[in-house]
Design a protein around this ligand. Structure first.
Ligand SMILES: *Cc1c(COP(=O)(O)O)cnc(C)c1O
Length: 426
């Protein structure tokens, strides 16, 4: 028999009692979502400023995406890749043309797509670069977040994510983020480096936004040294930062991505997840060109659910919404307003130190030690005021609402943030 939830308290008690304690959620229990809003069990409405870590860029329960889900769910959900299905090829053509790559390998979660990219990169190193067996190295950035598998946490700096999960997967070298000289040095000094895996903006680490030239220089260095530039755009991609991808830089393509070389840096391997489904279903993808993807032959990699027809239909609908509703342009415009409003707030209080970010992926840094609970307490106060955000790494609060927000709603949200912070007592 199932229990019916009547109060938020009941739901929290159930999770606490029966679920693994691998998260520390804000004390709010959500039961419904629409666009930029979510509602709790008691019916209180909130602005969602996390968007499920940028999975819900298209807004909660977007009718077009849900429509695609419902229609396909009644037709065919899963065949496995033991057989062809009549949606996968259509999706593969759509998604490769959409992002400008020759091939896609479909997976489900972000971490799986990162694992897939690592495997492709290593195999490419052995087969196309003649790296000696088991010697391939991949360079990663300090402060990275790429997911939670055993291999991925092996090269994390986050002690919570790593400790007591060893032995760790070897073959990774860390360099400081946003430091071209460090990358150059490691590429010169180390043998058998096959790839550099990096987030164009480090989201989990606290929205660390590198120099405008960083990604372009990374790509150039990788190409000079014959190593693959692997961009993890699971959080930054799909309109979040005001362009289709964060590697597009200050993209001004309004209707269809034109990929002009003056602003677009094409990665050798692109990793997507999260908003690829608009938060409706776990869909991730690894995109690359034929010369790289052809190292993967039948039987060498796969996933039961990867590329299922339901995922494919959902992803196509989610990607259509991005262009049809101008989410890139909206993210760029609203992002400028948000940072301007936060700059004004910084002038009125010493509780907020700085605001940084791009498009609608932003963070404010609270003026207190990373060990203090100030950012958490502010998020609890924001929750009381009807706005949901989550601290990341101590004293940083990330603000990343769905990209379907209107300017009027954004100002209302900035008013809430301003009022809450100005009234906040440590
Ligand atoms: C969320 C995220 C991942 C992991 O995705 P999951 O779907 O949680 O496995 C990987 N990389 C980045 C940059 C992310 O933000």
């Amino acid at each position: 028999m199932t229990t019916e939830i009547r109060t938020s308290q009941e739901a929290m008690e159930l999770e606490d009692r029966y679920g693994a304690h691998n998260y520390h959620p804000l004390p709010v229990v959500l039961s419904r979502g629409e666009g930029v809003y979510v509602w709790d069990v008691e019916g209180k409405r909130y602005f969602d400023f996390l968007s499920a870590y940028s999975a819900v860029n298209q807004g909660h329960c977007h009718p077009r995406i849900i429509g695609a889900l419902k229609e396909q769910a009644e037709t065919l959900t899963l065949t496995s890749r033991a057989f062809y299905n009549d949606v996968l090829g259509v999706y593969e053509k759509y998604v490769t043309e959409y992002f400008g790559f020759e091939k896609v390998l479909p997976m489900n979660t972000g971490a799986e797509a990162v694992e897939t990219a690592i495997k492709i990169c290593r195999k490419w190193g052995y087969e196309k670069r003649s790296v000696p067996e088991a010697q391939a190295k991949i360079v990663v950035a300090e402060g990275n977040f790429h997911g939670r598998t055993t291999t991925i946490i092996s090269f994390s700096n986050d002690e919570d994510a790593r400790k007591n999960f060893g032995p760790y997967t070897p073959g990774f070298i860390k360099v400081p983020y946003n430091n071209i000289e460090a990358l150059k040095k490691v590429l010169q000094e180390e043998d058998n480096v096959v790839g550099f895996l990096v987030e164009p903006i480090q989201g989990e680490a606290g929205v660390f936004t590198p120099a405008d030239t960083y990604i372009r220089e990374v790509a150039a260095l990788c190409h000079e040294n014959g190593v693959l530039f692997i961009a993890d755009e699971i959080q930054t991609g799909i309109a979040r930062t005001g362009s289709l991808l964060a590697v597009c830089g200050n993209c001004s393509c309004e209707n269809k991505c034109e990929r002009q070389p003056e602003h677009y840096t094409k990665p050798d391997i692109l990793i997507l997840g999260k908003a690829l489904s608009g938060g409706v279903y776990p869909v991730s993808a690894v995109l690359t060109d034929n010369l790289i993807m052809d190292v993967i032959k039948p039987g060498q990699h796969g996933s039961t659910f990867g590329g299922n027809p339901l995922a494919c239909k959902v992803a196509m609908a989610a990607l259509e919404v991005v262009y049809d509703e101008g989410l890139m342009q909206n993210a760029r415009r609203l992002g400028n307003i948000f940072r301007e409003r936060m700059e004004q707030l910084i002038g009125k209080t010493n509780l907020v130190k700085l605001v940084r970010g791009k498009g609608m992926l932003n963070a404010v840094v609270i003026n207190d030690s990373p060990q203090s609970s100030t950012a958490w307490d502010i998020c609890v106060a924001l929750k009381e005021a009807g706005l949901l955000a989550k601290p990341t790494h101590g004293n940083i609060i990330r603000f990343a609402p769905p990209l379907v927000m209107t300017e009027e709603q954004l100002h209302e949200c900035c008013d809430i943030i301003e009022k809450t912070i100005l009234n906040f007592k440590r």
